[in-house]
Design a protein around this ligand. Structure first.
Ligand code: DAH
Length: 343
């Protein structure tokens, strides 16, 4: 009697559950049905509990019926769920023609200055220069004093440099990274330091108040002016081609002695027979080494033992010439129509 009763009960629960599913209109309703029939305290699970009281002969048959009911209800839940999802997708997509082409996003390109910078870094790395970095907001000491540039030097004038209220400034040259490198590392050092620099320039087609420099520093025993010249020549030959000519003109920088300006000539520059004035360089002034020793509190930069060369140049003008840009302001306007041309 109990047996007959259980057969019927299973059949009834199964029919009930399937009917409830057919009318379940969303996922929450589906979940409610699942909990009600298949959940740990659900009615089909309840019957499994009741099976304990069955005789050995009846157990397999009833067990099988229960399993079938469970599988049928579970399968029906999954099917209904898929049907609901399909319905929702169909609704969302109705009226949309998926065969139409999409709307392309405007794609930019690597900025011409970054392209030049990447190439420059690559060439210097071939010569064993490591990449160094420093902050754009600097102390006066790193930008000037440590570089043998006295307080009455015109570069320190308020009209030439951006000062912050706390006395710090936006670096006017990447030479600050020479100082930071020597503070941290004893010789030998061989680094390049690319980055942004800032000056109070009137902005026009050939000037910005912010531009990009790359700095180099090599300090070791026996570094000579010949090494400096060789390094510069190799760099520009790699960058611009075999026909490059390099000229060094005596000049003055507070932190190098002797100092030079570097001019170059190359067909790639498209300027005919004209020299392009490009970089500053020289042999690190012993006064800079002495100031480094004072700051470090040691004699790591013994000027009797070590010599070094340093150089620095702006990348913007070179990038303008190489990429055919006649107005430097285009470099900072972030106009995708401009940038997309450098893909
Ligand atoms: N910092 C200089 C400038 O902005 C360029 C320069 C000259 C850098 C000589 C150097 C150097 O490292 O030795 O004009």
């Amino acid at each position: 009697m109990v047996l007959f009763h259980m057969d019927q009960q299973i059949e009834q629960l199964r029919a009930e559950a399937l009917a409830a599913l057919a009318s379940a209109g969303d996922e929450a309703a589906l979940e409610a049905v699942r909990v009600k029939y298949l959940g740990r305290t659900g009615s089909i699970s309840g019957l499994s509990e009741a099976m304990k009281s069955l005789s050995k002969e009846d157990k397999p048959r009833i067990g099988k019926l229960l399993n079938e009911a469970r599988t049928a209800v579970g399968g029906a839940i999954d099917a209904r769920k898929a049907a609901l999802e399909a319905e929702r997708d169909a609704k969302a997509l109705s009226g949309i023609d998926l065969t139409l082409p999409g709307t392309p996003l405007p794609v930019g390109a690597i900025h011409p200055i970054t392209q030049l910078l990447d190439r420059a870094i690559q060439i210097f790395r071939q010569m064993g220069f490591a990449l160094a970095d420093g902050p754009d907001i600097e102390t006066e000491w790193h930008c000037f004093d440590a570089l043998n540039t006295p307080p009455d030097h015109p570069a320190r004038n308020e009209q030439d440099t951006f000062y912050l209220p706390d006395g710090r400034l936006l670096r006017t040259q990447t030479s600050t990274v020479q100082v930071r490198t020597m503070e941290q590392f004893a010789p030998p050092v061989r680094i390049i330091a690319p980055g942004g620099v800032y000056r109070r320039d009137e902005v026009d087609a050939t000037h910005l108040a912010q531009f990009t420099q790359i700095e180099g520093l090599y300090v070791d025993e026996g570094v000579t002016l010949g090494d400096l010249k060789g390094t510069i020549e190799y760099f520009f030959r790699e960058l611009l081609g075999r026909d490059v000519q390099v000229r060094m003109r005596p000049h003055f920088f507070p932190f190098t002695e002797p100092s030079f300006e570097i001019d170059i000539k190359a067909a790639a520059l498209g300027r005919g027979d004209r020299w392009l004035e490009l970089a500053g360089c020289g042999m690190v002034d012993p006064a800079v080494f002495q100031e480094m020793n004072r700051k470090r509190g040691d004699t790591a930069y013994d000027p009797e033992k070590y010599t070094g060369f340093a150089f620095g140049f702006g990348l913007d003008r070179l990038a303008m010439i190489l990429s055919g840009v006649s107005d430097i302001r285009l470099f900072t306007e972030n106009d995708v129509r401009f940038l997309a041309q450098y893909r």
